[in-house]
Design a protein around this ligand. Sequence first.
Ligand code: PGA
Length: 247
Amino acid sequence: MSRTFFVGGNFKMNGSLESIKTIVERLNASELDPKTEVVISPPFPYLLLAKESLKKPTVSVAGQNSFDKGDGAFTGEVSVAQLKDVGAKWVILGHSERRTINKETSEWIADKTKYALDNGLDVILCIGETIDEKKAGKTLEVVRAQLDPVIAKIKDWTNVVVAYEPVWAIGTGLAATAEDAQQIHHEIRGYLKEKIGAQADKVRIIYGGSVNGKNSGTFKDKSDVDGFLVGGASLKPEFVDIINSRL
Ligand code: PGA
């Protein structure tokens, strides 16, 4: 089963007009693996700038969140229609920072996922366990519970990329080993197969958490690691090395 390799850059709440122009110009000027799908996710104020300045056909843009309802009286939220209006193709949903800091529940994330998909935005759906859950041997239990509400609400997974991002690996410099990531991705795929059938073979499952230019190559031969979601390193020149890590 061949799945298109996928590398996402989650800028989080970082960047300025200046720095985001620099990142986009670097991507425009670099030779990127034409077989890798790339998505960058700057903060909302810079989405249009990124979209309009990008010259690479394999690179698209994503919002870092979207609401589960259409335009209306929802101060501070961003709608799927608005993201599409400025050229976003994707949205990141369920990131651990939003689960913990913004108290987003798996149910709500599932509602947002359904709303985004129904209205034409592709979804990078983030899941992952905390260090305490990992130590308690609960990784699978946790990621299954995060997936269950989404499984209950959506039938077609064609436009979903699942990002397995263990919370203990995010921003810590302690990435999961390629072997551990492969093992968990395999188990996640197995669970999806049980629940959504053969289409699970087509769902891309990407790894996130302290991926950088040095460690990205170690995941190369891992058959269930279909790419990366990159935070800190996506702001740096090494993002290009991560995109090209399969070459
Ligand atoms: P990191 O973040 O690469 O800085 O660890 C990953 C993420 O949060 O998506």
